[in-house]
Ligand binder design. Structure first.
Ligand code: ADP
Length: 363
């Protein structure tokens, strides 16, 4: 019957959510080839369940290496299919959990595609950011007889160790006035580092689309001389949810960071100068700070060096055990990306060993 189906669905969701506790989950996604050339040889030899095998074509010297993650998504999977595996995690924000999803990989491997979507955005190819918020609204609506939810978002960029608010009035540093209407947020309440940036209430998918467009425009403003700023800065969409239980009056607060990291490739410092060198140093610094934090968590060190970069400060609570954390690693299938692919997968494997305490509900 319908009732039993609902019960069964709830039970499944509950188990999936339980399953998310305990360690950083790692999903791996392989980008498809970008044009149809039959001469392309993929470095991905085999994908099965959570395993991926990377091989080098024999004429380059044979060899292969396998890696194991929680999930591996092959190149033919759609945005909807990828998202459906993340749904329980995202839904747990409404139950008062903190969630952090970050996209890692070399430039061009599909991080922005996963989180935002391609340039010609349609409903079908929208990425995680849009789907996550859409899903939250649908679920909040379904619970409206028992809970009242308020949702607000922030969008920031970390570029050269500077945090920039992206939800400001077009092209300026001015905030929108209704920021002050939101009373519900302090970092002690959410248990997550809340960036000092405009906080905008949203109540529908179209609000979200408007704000994401504003954020993208503001992001482009700083780009001036640089052709592709986005690959050299980290961007983060933070979603805050407050739910009031209409019978007991209990308040639940959940928070979610959706982070699109700068390209992980190591820039050869001898080949660049000036601004490009400075950027490279900052990216290397923040991503290696992330690596250091993860290594230190994996070794269960008492001191974890979060303060070494803006990025690790922002993610501190997500990596330290209060939150449910998912790292989405991206790889390109091309042979010339092989070295980066291997180093990305090795980093990801290290992340997968980090154990976190059970995530806690904010009340
Ligand atoms: P990154 O953010 O890692 O630099 P992008 O997301 O910009 O990479 O992806 C590089 C290019 O590949 C873009 O043109 C993007 O639209 C395309 N692309 C990436 N992933 C996919 C995918 N799963 N399916 C189709 N096209 C993709």
């Amino acid at each position: 019957s319908g009732y039993h189906r609902v019960l069964e669905e709830n039970r499944k969701l509950y188990n999936q959510v339980q399953d998310l506790k305990g360690s950083i989950r790692v999903y791996c996604r392989v980008r498809p080839f970008l044009s149809e050339r039959s001469s392309y040889v993929s470095t991905v030899e085999h994908i099965e369940d959570g395993n991926i095998t990377i091989g080098t074509p024999s004429k380059y010297g044979k060899g292969c290496k396998s890696f194991t993650f929680n999930k591996v998504f092959g190149q033919s999977l759609t945005q909807a299919e990828v998202f459906s595996d993340m749904q329980p995690l995202i839904r747990s924000v409404l139950d008062g959990y903190n969630v952090c999803i970050f996209a890692y990989g070399q430039t061009g491997s599909g991080k922005t595609y996963t989180m935002v979507g391609p340039k010609d955005l349609t409903e079908e190819n929208q990425g995680v950011n849009y789907r996550a918020l859409g899903d939250l609204f649908v679920l909040a609506e379904r619970r409206k007889d028992t809970f009242r939810y308020d949702v607000a978002v922030q969008m920031i960029e970390i570029y050269n160790e500077q945090v920039r608010d992206l939800l400001v009035i077009d092209g300026s540093n001015k905030r929108y006035p209704f920021v002050h209407l939101i009373l519900f947020l302090t970092s002690s309440q959410t248990g997550l580092n809340v960036p000092d940036a405009s906080l905008m209430p949203v109540s529908s998918t179209s609000d979200v689309i408007d704000l994401m467009n504003l954020g993208q425009r503001n992001r482009a403003v700083g780009a001036t001389a640089l052709n592709d700023r986005s690959s050299r800065s980290h961007s983060c969409l933070t979603v805050h949810v407050q739910g009031k239980d209409l019978t007991s009056g209990t308040i639940l607060r959940g928070c979610m960071h959706l982070v699109d990291l700068a390209g992980s490739e190591r820039v050869n410092k001898s080949e660049v100068t000036g601004d490009r060198l400075k950027e490279a140093q900052h990216i290397n610094k923040s991503l290696s700070a992330l690596g250091d934090v993860i290594a230190s968590l994996a070794q269960k060190n008492t001191h974890v060096p979060y303060r070494n970069s803006k990025l690790t400060q922002l993610l501190q609570d997500s990596l330290g055990g209060q939150a449910k954390t998912l790292m989405f690693v991206h790889i390109s299938p091309e042979l010339d990306a092989l070295a980066e692919t291997i180093s990305t997968l090795k980093f990801a494997e290290r992340v997968a060993t980090v154990e976190l305490g059970a995530a806690q509900v904010n009340k």
